[in-house]
Design a binder for this molecule. Structure first.
Ligand code: ADP
Ligand code: ZN
Length: 299
């Protein structure tokens, strides 16, 4: 089986071809430029790849309502040129295959449930903490959609008592993304996160904000696993700091062994590692193919 996967990021696009076992057989990556240029590169890459379906996990916000006239569009992004961009429609004109479409983080959550750190579970939360903060949700085995899709990266948390940084989010200032994404770390300390030593006070503040958000996610969604990916989470020392603070925040109230005894298997790195995003898009494509096959058998 050959499924096309597209990880549509605000910084870079990754395209690949994979199979039903979550194995990526070929991949390519290029910087995100103007949509016309970028989507032309995507089309070129897939032109002779002969894929049976395609999955796209995209930066957002995006339109996911199947009956909406702007289904398949990236909607209100401040990223130049990409506002109201018809991603799915543009690709559908070139490839007549079933398309799966969701946010990058919902896709990654699906990928982790299918092949990664949340296998055999049907509820999980996936965070990416990178250039922005995104939060994807799978509940009851399904990617969570509603009015739009979850936007947990823009929820405000309590403020760290020693932190006077105003926050970088153009919409909310000091929401989670405004306080804890890579650019916020760099703006607060005037050094990129990747260059800060592991014992720098930055990580105490960073783990505070992530733990605040995770505590809310646990109380609101009751996920069976929490997966933390993205460039900032390459700072391994954050994991024990976050786990400890989440346990402290909950203070015994959610009295289940996963939290009280096995927190290091509950808040984890992506099982799919650096491929979580692309494998997520692959899982979306596979799901789209299954639905299309079922629909054709039913008719
Ligand atoms: P994107 O979110 O654009 O897909 P990444 O997940 O790689 O890409 O996130 C990029 C952000 O993560 C940048 O702001 C960068 O400063 C930060 N980052 C990358 N690597 C590290 C690291 N090792 N430690 C801390 N921050 C990092
Ligand atoms: Zn925000």
């Amino acid at each position: 089986m050959r499924i096309g996967a597209i990880e549509a990021g605000g910084t870079k696009f990754v395209c690949g071809v994979g199979n039903e076992h979550g194995q990526i057989e070929d991949r390519i990556s290029f910087p995100t430029e103007h949509p016309e240029t970028t989507l032309a590169k995507v089309i070129d890459y897939f032109r002779h790849k002969d894929v049976e379906a395609m999955g796209i996990g995209s930066f957002g916000p995006i339109d996911l309502q199947p009956d909406s006239p702007t289904y398949g569009y990236i909607t209100t992004t401040p990223k130049p040129g990409w506002e109201s961009c018809n991603v799915v429609g543009t690709l559908k004109r070139e490839f007549s295959v079933p398309f799966g479409w969701d946010t990058d983080v919902n896709a990654a959550a699906l990928g982790e449930v299918t092949w990664g750190a949340a296998q055999r579970l049907d509820n999980c939360v996936y965070y990416t903490i990178g250039t922005g903060v995104g939060v994807g949700l799978v509940a009851g085995g399904q990617r969570v959609h509603g009015l739009l899709h979850p936007e947990g990266g823009h929820i405000r948390t309590r403020r760290h008592p020693d932190d006077h940084f105003a926050g970088l989010c153009p919409y909310h200032g000091d929401c989670l993304e405004g306080m804890a994404a890579g650019p916020a770390i760099e703006a607060r300390w005037k050094i990129p996160g990747s260059e800060l030593p592991a014992d720098h006070p930055a990580w105490e503040i960073e783990s505070f904000y992530i733990a605040e958000s995770i505590t809310t996610a646990i109380l609101l969604h009751s996920p069976q696993r929490i997966i933390l990916g993205g460039g900032v989470m390459q700072q391994d020392q954050l994991f024990p700091m976050i786990r400890e603070r989440v346990v402290r925040n909950l203070n015994g109230y959610v009295n289940v062994a996963a939290i009280t005894q096995h927190i290091d298997q509950y808040i984890v790195q992506p099982g799919l590692g650096q491929h979580a995003g692309l494998c997520g898009s692959l899982a979306l494509g596979l799901e789209a193919l299954k639905h299309a096959t079922e629909a054709s058998h039913a008719s």
